[in-house]
Write a protein that binds this ligand. Structure first.
Ligand code: B12
Ligand code: SF4
Ligand code: SF4
Length: 366
């Protein structure tokens, strides 16, 4: 049976024990509607998405596609006690580390090479498809109430690899729900984005705002975002399915990028930004360093240590971008000690931009 031959190859050559086989049948109308809705919402926040992107069917990615190989790769790098002192935040490894993307690409290439040796074709589905939806058709992944998918053996700290193929593989039966009465993720989500089980209310999700929102962050999101500057992993970290998992040591972990110190990011120079993030997925999705600065300012405000007032004051007074200055003002208001207030009051006297003035006035009222 080709399924077993493939599993043996993947276990040996790719170092993953979790392999499944999903159907490539067309997406259901509800699934198309949900993806279209997501595209529409994200398009309101970022030019990276468009509301009229057509939703492609899995079979459109390859002629004569018969099935999809699903692999789950461990991306549990071991949890840090964040934010600590000095405060740090977390960015997903693959956003900042080419090794991480290469690790996935090399494995996809190996599987495709193996398929070709046997006379078949394979195509790695990275973009333009919902990895969760297709993955959950296999016997290795199922949706959790946190709206991401989990493997019974590897939890949800996983990278999902999909390879569509014309090889005659036997399709798995989908798994059953395993959340039972648990509601930990829903209770832990800082914004209530998971109030409806298995569904993420995208506009409430901190990750969405930090990464895709290209305007001022809504005030309630600022207040609830703690020290998150990119990825909020709360609904992943609290899940009991993610306890006691092996730590991934086969992929490098550049700690200063994955767990960066927040304070130096607020006034980060173009040179330093390029040095840290040039060519990364973070650079691609953020579009401009000012959004990382915006997020870092808010995180520093939420951290609340008056020792960071001078850094925020420097941002308010010297940064060129109003979005950075406005969020630095908010952060000063959030810290709210005498120095922060003095800085805000002095700034208000000389500032002429009405938008920025409104931010400063709001900060003073906090
Ligand atoms: C866009 C996107 C986002 C958006 C939108 C999230 C979303 N809900 O899809 C935002 C920015 C909010 C986001 C946030 C996060 N993301 Co994200 N995201 C994506 C991306 C690029 C596309 C997702 C997509 O196509 N969604 C389409 C919508 C329609 O699908 P859906 O949410 O799965 O909706 C289905 C369920 O709600 C289900 N459903 C509804 N009711 C019920 C009832 C039952 C009983 C069941 C079983 C199912 C069910 O039906 C819907 C479909 O019809 C994928 C990568 C990719 N190419 O797939 C990563 C991806 C899904 N994200 C990922 C992660 C880890 C996250 C975060 C934890 C942040 C982080 N650390 O990166 C948060 C988690 C938020 C959450 N709880 O959902 C991982 C998930 C890995 C995993 N184990 O599943 C992925 C696969 C990226 C990756 N390669 O690692 N993400
Ligand atoms: S990533 Fe954070 S904000 Fe988004 S759904 Fe999960 S816990 Fe909620
Ligand atoms: S925390 Fe509980 S409810 Fe949420 S995904 Fe994990 S098991 Fe399911």
């Amino acid at each position: 049976m080709f399924n077993e031959e493939l599993i043996t190859f993947i276990e040996k050559e790719c170092g993953t024990e979790v392999v499944g086989f999903a159907s490539v049948q067309d997406l259901a109308d509800k699934e198309i509607k949900d993806i279209t809705k997501m595209n529409r919402i994200l398009a309101d926040y970022t030019p990276l998405y468009s509301s009229d992107t057509p939703v492609l069917q899995p079979s459109e990615f390859m002629d004569n596609a018969k099935s999809c190989i699903v692999m789950a790769i461990n991306i549990n790098f071991g949890k840090k006690d964040l934010p600590g002192n000095p405060p740090r935040s977390e960015i997903m490894n693959f956003y900042v580390n080419h090794d991480c993307l290469n690790y996935f690409a090399e494995r996809a290439q190996k599987v495709i090479g193996f398929l070709e040796e046997k006379g078949y074709s394979g195509f790695s589905l990275n973009a333009g498809v919902s990895q969760k939806l297709i993955g959950a058709r296999s016997s290795i992944l199922r949706y959790g109430k946190n709206a991401i998918v989990q493997s019974p053996v590897m939890g949800s700290m996983i990278g999902i690899m999909l390879i569509i193929t014309d090889a005659p593989l036997e399709i798995d039966e989908a798994l059953k729900d395993a959340c039972g009465d648990c509601t930990l993720c829903r209770e832990a989500c800082p914004t209530g984005a998971l109030n409806k089980p298995y569904v993420c209310d995208i506009e409430k999700c901190l990750t969405m705002h930090m990464i895709y929102n290209k305007s001022a962050l809504p005030k309630d999101i600022r207040e609830k975002s703690g020290t998150v500057i990119a990825h909020c992993n709360v609904c992943v970290n609290v899940c009991p399915k993610n306890r006691d998992l092996p730590v991934q040591t086969g992929i490098s972990l550049p700690e200063d990028l994955v767990y960066p110190e927040i304070a130096p990011l607020v006034n980060i120079s173009d040179e330093k930004y390029t040095e840290m993030f040039d060519g990364t997925f973070l650079e691609f999705t953020f579009l401009d360093k000012k959004y990382l600065q915006r997020n870092a300012a808010v995180a520093l405000g939420n951290y609340g240590d008056p020792v960071y007032v001078p850094i925020l004051a420097e941002a308010l007074e010297t940064q060129a971008e109003d979005i950075v200055r406005g969020h630095a003002a908010w952060a000063l208001g959030r810290i709210g000690n005498a120095d922060a207030k003095k800085t805000l009051e002095a700034f208000l006297k000389k500032e002429s931009s009405s938008e920025l003035k409104a931010e400063v006035e709001y900060a003073l009222s906090m």
